[in-house]
Design a protein around this ligand. Sequence first.
Ligand SMILES: NC(=O)c1ccc[n+]([C@@H]2O[C@H](COP(=O)([O-])OP(=O)(O)OC[C@H]3O[C@@H](n4cnc5c(N)ncnc54)[C@H](OP(=O)(O)O)[C@@H]3O)[C@@H](O)[C@H]2O)c1
Length: 275
Amino acid sequence: MSGSMRHPKKIAILGVGKIGGTLVSGLLKNKTFHPNQIIGSTRSTDHNKEVGKRFGIKTFSNNAEMVRHADVVILAIKPQSIRGVLEEIKDEVTPHHLLITLAAATSTGLVEEQLDGEIPVIRAMPNTACLINEGMTVLCPGQYAGKQHLEIAREIFSSVGRVEILHQEELMDAVTALSGSGPAYAYIIIESLAEGGVKVGLPRELATTLAAQSILGGAKMVLETGEHPAKLKDSVTTPAGVTMDGIMELEAGGIRVTLIKAVAKATEKSKEISH
Ligand SMILES: NC(=O)c1ccc[n+]([C@@H]2O[C@H](COP(=O)([O-])OP(=O)(O)OC[C@H]3O[C@@H](n4cnc5c(N)ncnc54)[C@H](OP(=O)(O)O)[C@@H]3O)[C@@H](O)[C@H]2O)c1
């Protein structure tokens, strides 16, 4: 039965904080779900009320009751709260539900273990750019989640950006280190390019816009043309031109190896804290 799930009737978001709230707003904005198909909870009663008002959705103070009302349950709580919340809801979760966990460094196995029966679980790693519908979410199914569950999760996260599916959960630490942390790396690159602009006389605000739009344009060129980044780089590098001098400085500063090592180190850290 769990493998034959259709479009969900109701989604329960346990933890309508930063990422949970972003999801609610994306799902409503894109009309993927009607406000009466989404229910949410937070820890504090005041926040619960505020969330209800902000999104026009029904909120609950009892997570188990929410699960009873929903067919898809999204755990958007901090990793340290996962065990406690699973304990609260375990008696209500059935194989007809789909559980999607967003908690970083928390395996589908850990979630499955806390529950009784063959519960379809999907681990999702979104990033902060979901806030502006440019998110990158990677989905990884647990042992009981099938194709249709993945399609439902894809539909949900497509409302806030791009979605990829990965079947090797051991690579989720690498995903966390690359696309989860990626926006932070991009901010540093943009900030540094802008500083370069300021150094050579551009007003800071203009320099920041030029840097950010250039990174956005470069990223879109890679995604939309499907060309290898090296080929695109070659196409802006005129022989004996300006860009080549800039590239030589980047190479002398070890930009490539620095970025490679950043992802490798962050992956190690994610592995270290995973359970
Ligand atoms: N933010 C991101 O960009 C991002 C990206 C990828 C993955 N994640 C993952 O998403 C999860 C949430 O992160 P976040 O940044 O959104 O954190 P957050 O803003 O702190 O949100 C967590 C929410 O959970 C609520 N909460 C805590 N205990 C609860 C309980 N027992 N029942 C119901 N709700 C409860 C909190 O309520 P109160 O507001 O009342 O305290 C809060 O609204 C984390 O596991 C994180 O690893 C986040």
